[in-house]
Write a protein that binds this ligand. Structure first.
Ligand SMILES: Cc1cc2nc3c(=O)[nH]c(=O)nc-3n(C[C@H](O)[C@H](O)[C@H](O)COP(=O)(O)OP(=O)(O)OC[C@H]3O[C@@H](n4cnc5c(N)ncnc54)[C@H](O)[C@@H]3O)c2cc1C
Length: 425
């Protein structure tokens, strides 16, 4: 695939937020829209969510995650959205310059008139909740176990304890039970459920999986593999209550203890984050504090329904396209002046096609090195000469001038960039 140096809209991440943003950007009139996705397929986390419950709000249908994703993937193909898969965005600058790497294109540098950040969220790990005990194999985040089980076809254990009553953990409790594993218990440090009641009923109650509120894992036990966890009741300050410890034998501990919006790239781009949500401050079009950089989905705040992520992506995509179209119009109105051969700079830096004066347009510049002999000062549109003047020498200490005559304005009006050279005659 041939990448273009400049896109109207580049979307980073192809979960429900990114897919919706790309589709809506294209429908709003953005010409070149590119999705960059580090996975080999479009769809984001939806691809590993093989249970139902997706699309009830938007489509009034009860889809699985991959089916829901496919509705948008089909639109992406039909609309001609470009995609760079198996590719990782490494850096984004405040001027919307993107550095990415992929097996197919190698190292790539791209520019966008607008960017939509939709990198999703990552799961909290054992280190982030400071779980004590040994460090054996068999401790996974619930999302990792979900990917192993649903995508890789690999059951990560036989006897599970799940820490955290978030939706991913509860959904995995049911999924692992379907696969013949035993889920001993779900422990929740808070005095209330942290996921949806719907998931508590359908995933725990229906399968007789006990939930213990105000309980946590005090320590992990086992050497090479998890052998048990020590559960404990906690007080209102989350402190273990002595005497309530209980050893639960198991070979795997799953952590479902929250998601963190994935904003490392956003920070590099100068995007300011809300300390409460962990995501960017955004306006009603999902634009961040950096002009032309938009955000949608879990990168902004953690959603409970994927349908709402899609809606946020649509808002961001529409606003990003409008921003890009306005940028394009303003660039088309201007001719950029470019310092060419032996020229250090040219002033003015650009010409406004709508307000070119009645007089000839004067350009001033300085040369890089002296030429002690006749020179041409040339204004070029690619290979086409727009204006030229001869002079007897050119020296860095002496400003060089040329006028673009009014009779050359037709050439100026159709140019995007004019290059000025000072070369031997
Ligand atoms: C592990 C996990 C499991 C979940 N399971 C469920 C569930 O079972 N049911 C449910 O309703 N909801 C679930 N959710 C929540 C739901 O998936 C989200 O609400 C929704 O997918 C968020 O969409 P998104 O577009 O914001 O992000 P995601 O779907 O996470 O998509 C983000 C995409 O960005 C890509 N990306 C990130 N960084 C880069 C980069 N630097 N370069 C290129 N690409 C990048 C990622 O590869 C990913 O494809 C789960 C979330 C997680 C994290």
């Amino acid at each position: 695939m041939m990448l273009k140096p400049m896109y109207d809209v580049i979307v980073i991440g192809s979960g429900p937020g990114g897919l919706a943003a790309a589709i809506e950007a294209k429908k709003t009139g953005a010409e070149d829209v590119l999705i960059i996705e580090r996975d080999k397929e479009l769809g984001g986390i939806l691809l590993q969510c093989i249970h139902n419950g997706f699309g009830v709000e938007i489509f009034k249908e009860d889809y699985t995650g991959p089916t829901y994703a496919q509705r948008f993937v089909s639109d992406v193909h039909e609309l001609g959205v470009e995609m760079l898969l198996d590719a990782m965005v490494l850096d984004v600058t405040p001027t919307r310059h993107i550095y990415a790497i992929s097996q197919w294109s190698g190292f790539a540098e791209l520019d966008a008139r607008a960017i939509v950040l939709s990198m999703g969220a990552r799961e909290r790990t054992r280190a982030q909740i400071r779980l004590r005990g040994t460090r054996p194999a068999g401790v996974y985040t619930a999302g990792t176990a979900q990917r192993f089980t649903n995508v890789e076809g690999f059951l990560p254990g036989k006897r599970f304890v799940i820490l955290g009553s978030g939706d991913i953990g509860m959904i995995m409790a049911r999924r692992l039970t379907f696969e013949g594993a035993k889920v001993e218990r779900v422990l929740e440090i808070m005095p209330f459920l942290t996921g949806l009641t719907r998931n508590y009923v359908q995933c725990l109650l229906d399968f007789d999986i006990p939930l213990q509120l105000q309980h946590t894992v005090n320590r992990i036990m086992g050497n090479s593999r998890v052998e048990a966890v020590e559960a404990v009741q906690v007080d209102e300050k989350w402190q273990p209550i002595a005497g309530t410890e209980e050893i639960i034998p198991c070979d795997t501990l799953l952590l479902s203890v929250g998601l963190i919006p994935e904003n490392e790239l956003s920070k590099k781009a100068g995007v300011v984050l809300d300390p409460v949500t962990g995501g960017p401050f955004v306006d009603e079009g999902m634009q961040t504090n950096v002009p032309g950089i938009f955000a949608a989905g879990n990168v902004v705040h953690i959603y409970d329904l994927v349908d709402w992520v899609t809606e946020a992506g649509q808002v961001a995509g529409r606003a990003a396209a409008k921003y890009a179209i306005a940028q394009r119009a303003s660039v088309a109105r201007h001719v950029q002046m470019q310092a060419g051969e032996n020229v250090r700079y040219v002033v003015p830096h650009r010409l406004d096609k709508e307000s070119l004066t009645e007089e000839d347009q004067k350009l001033q510049m300085r040369v890089i090195r002296p030429i002690e002999g006749n020179v041409w000062v040339q204004v070029m549109d690619g290979d086409e000469m727009v204006a030229r003047k001869g002079q007897r020498y050119a020296r860095p200490g002496e400003m060089v001038e040329i006028k673009i005559p009014q009779k050359a304005y037709d050439a100026v009006l159709k140019a995007q960039t004019l290059t000025v050279n000072v070369v031997p005659r």
